[in-house]
Design a protein around this ligand. Structure first.
Ligand code: SF4
Length: 217
């Protein structure tokens, strides 16, 4: 089973390397699929590769990546324990924000990764990643809150929005908030597991909710 998941993920990521569905492939050096465990309970999703990531073909390897590694250590995790990916897999030129049509074009790859890994918790890093899963929200209002949302094709899932490590790196107050929110991840994960075990086979339907999402913790 674990082997199956790893193979499926490797196969999908290999196919991704051939993708040229949007203009970003024309300006980046290489596709950056993501890395980590196919068995991860937590998946971190950033916005897109930066210069260093584009050069090395790995996600979160610059200063923001080092900061992410340090925060993972504070909750006794290494990057091999989680999965780290981005909304767009190719670097936007000059690190500009990914355009909606680029995020849309790349969605099939991210959707496939989430489907295969099937994490218990998806942690969004930054505004663009949050927007993909929790639209019409303000990150300043929902950071550090876990929300369950029904995503077409992926079912009911729990998302936890955080500031992007790159944005928080040199901003003292945002950095403090991010570190505090990050430390809550193990508790959020435990709460997700507990709620799932208590609900057992019950189908969670949030369709009565006006915006199809509920705040959990
Ligand atoms: S950003 Fe995504 S959709 Fe666009 S070319 Fe790269 S892999 Fe393909």
């Amino acid at each position: 089973m674990a082997e199956d998941k790893k193979k499926q993920l490797d196969d999908s990521n290999k196919q991704m390397l051939e993708c040229s569905k949007c203009v970003l492939r024309g300006t980046c050096k290489q596709v950056v699929p993501g890395e980590g465990s196919a068995e991860a309970e937590i998946m971190f999703i950033g916005e897109g590769p930066g210069q260093k990531e584009d050069e090395l073909g790995r996600p979160f390897v610059g200063a923001a990546g080092k900061f992410l590694d340090e925060m993972l250590e504070t909750i006794n995790l290494k990057r091999e324990d989680v999965y780290i990916a981005n909304v767009v897999k190719c670097r936007p030129p000059n690190n500009r924000d990914p355009l909606p049509e680029e995020a849309e074009a790349c969605w099939t790859w991210l959707e496939k990764q989430i489907e295969i890994i099937n994490p218990k918790l998806v942690v969004t890093l930054g505004r663009h990643s949050m927007e993909r899963f929790l639209p019409n929200q303000k990150i300043s209002q929902i950071h550090g809150k876990a929300m369950r949302r029904n995503i077409p094709g992926l079912g009911s899932r729990v998302f936890y929005a955080l500031y992007h490590p790159a944005a928080a790196l040199y901003n003292g107050s945002m950095r403090t908030v991010l570190i505090q929110d990050f430390k809550k991840i193990p508790k959020v994960l435990e709460a997700v597991k507990k709620s799932e075990s208590e609900k057992k086979d019950e189908v969670i339907s949030l369709n009565n909710n006006q915006d199809n999402q509920e705040t959990l913790f």
